[in-house]
Design a protein around this ligand. Structure first.
Ligand code: FAD
Length: 125
């Protein structure tokens, strides 16, 4: 049987994910990207010695990526090495600095300390 040909326009995460899943199902997929690089808004650029992200700087839900790779019969760890960032980032509210973390106990304590009375809104699993 001749495989169905599919054209995907755009090599952002949406296009790449669609292409990857379709290719894993046996379709012949061509991806067309107008830029000279892939990644869409999740790509970046360098200026002099500085590197800038165009969009997200880190993956906050890596399990979604793991699921997509699994659906395509691949393993995420064969392609990228994930490194935990802790704290994840800094939020500055005038004179307050807040450092979100995956450590739920620490997160709750931090919120209670910085925003008294709001810690109880965080449930620790
Ligand atoms: C500052 C910022 C922070 C963000 N933070 C997060 C975050 O923390 N978590 C999160 O989940 N998301 C975040 N996002 C959103 C995330 O980047 C987008 O949801 C995601 O990139 C969308 O993917 P996409 O493939 O649909 O589109 P895009 O990433 O926009 O990719 C579209 C691609 O299609 C190409 N294209 C367009 N038209 C054509 C054409 N006619 N021919 C060929 N190629 C074409 C473009 O060049 C581009 O490469 C953030 C975005 C920004 C800007």
């Amino acid at each position: 049987m001749i495989p169905k040909k599919i054209i995907v326009i755009g090599a952002g995460p949406g296009g790449l994910t669609s292409a990857m899943l379709l290719a894993s199902k046996g379709y012949e997929v061509d991806v067309f990207e107008k830029q000279g690089f892939v990644g869409g808004r999740t790509s970046g650029f360098t200026l002099d010695e500085f590197t800038f992200d165009l969009g997200p700087t880190f993956l906050s839900m890596p399990y979604i990526l793991e699921e997509i790779f699994e659906l395509a019969g691949r393993k995420l760890e064969d392609y990228i090495e994930l490194r935990e960032i802790d704290p994840m980032y800094e939020l500055i509210f005038s004179d307050l600095s807040f450092f979100p973390t995956r450590n739920q106990v620490e997160m709750k304590e931090q919120i209670e300390q910085l925003f008294p009375g709001n810690g109880e809104g965080i449930s620790v699993l």
